[in-house]
Design a protein around this ligand. Structure first.
Ligand SMILES: Cc1cc2nc3c(=O)[nH]c(=O)nc-3n(C[C@H](O)[C@H](O)[C@H](O)COP(=O)(O)O)c2cc1C
Length: 262
């Protein structure tokens, strides 16, 4: 088995920060220097991130060569960040202009930056792009069937309105793409999606979590197969994307945290 981490013993100063930080005790000390052991490493990369001299590498990430920390590069003013989070909105009116491939790549990078349990990193994305018009119709049809079975009123009407006039789109609201986020553990996918949604806002794009689509896909075997949903790879959420055709003036109100301190 190839090593999960490599430590350049010439560079290592023996500061032991990586040894102390390693959550699975996967780094030994040999002759006063850090040395990888094969034990339990989850490739979290904390050893490489903390090393003051850049002596640690993870061979599975050969391209990994980030800029070292500077406040200017990596810090964000917390008050500004909070205001941004408060100003973010679910977008239900899109211009119809497509989100570019480059922008979607950046959104996916934001998704990949999210934490995953045990550093699993098994979140998968299906970007519904060219095929969105046909697939949205199939999703809407599945949703209408689902609603009819449960006696939920109004959905069949919404579906028929959509079939007659695509402008009356009360499912994707004219969004140009949709990202289906899949993961073995739903929470991993949801965390990735939260990053994507915030990043979309930061980029001047719009996003909408579409629980209706998620529910409709889960109900339909063909749609499940199309998106690659299996018992082992669950559909965590669906995010509709586009360019917002609406400009908010202020944040929307939210309830304060319900919290118990003990
Ligand atoms: C898991 C989830 C599923 C959602 N599903 C839908 C949906 O199917 N259709 C829709 O119009 N909005 C949907 N929303 C958006 C919520 O209605 C929206 O987040 C809420 O009204 C608060 O608005 P805000 O996001 O602008 O703060 C969903 C949001 C979440 C978190």
């Amino acid at each position: 088995m190839s090593a999960v981490i490599e430590i350049d013993t010439e560079r290592c100063t023996g500061c032991m920060q990586c040894v102390q930080l390693c959550v699975t005790q996967a780094i030994d000390v040999v002759g006063g220097r850090a040395a990888p052991s094969a034990r339990g490493c989850i490739s979290c990369g904390h050893c490489a991130a903390i090393c003051p001299v850049g002596a640690v590498k993870l061979p599975q990430y050969p391209q990994w060569d980030p800029e070292p920390y500077t406040s200017q590069r990596y810090d964000v003013d917390p008050d500004q960040l909070l205001r941004m989070m408060q100003f973010r909105r679910s977008i239900r009116r899109f211009t119809g202009e497509k989100v570019s491939r480059r922008q979607i790549d950046k959104l996916l990078q934001a998704g990949c930056a999210a934490p995953t349990g045990s550093n699993r990193q098994q979140v998968r994305y299906v970007v519904l792009d060219e095929q969105l018009p046909q697939i949205e119709e199939r999703i809407f049809a599945s949703l209408a069937r689902y609603a009819a079975r449960r006696g939920i009123e109004g959905m069949q009407r919404r579906y028929e309105d959509f079939l007659q006039d695509r402008q009356k789109d009360t499912l994707f609201y004219g969004g140009s793409q949709m990202i289906a986020v899949l993961a073995p553990q739903v929470v991993d996918g949801c965390l990735a999606a939260a990053n994507i949604e915030l990043m979309a806002h930061a980029m001047g794009l719009g996003a909408l979590y579409c629980g209706f689509a998620q529910c409709a896909i889960a109900e339909d075997d063909a749609l499940r197969a199309f998106f690659g949903v299996t018992d082992d790879l669950q559909l965590a959420t669906c995010l509709v994307l586009g360019h917002p055709a609406v400009h908010y003036r202020r944040p929307a109100p939210k309830k304060p945290a319900e919290v118990v301190w003990r």
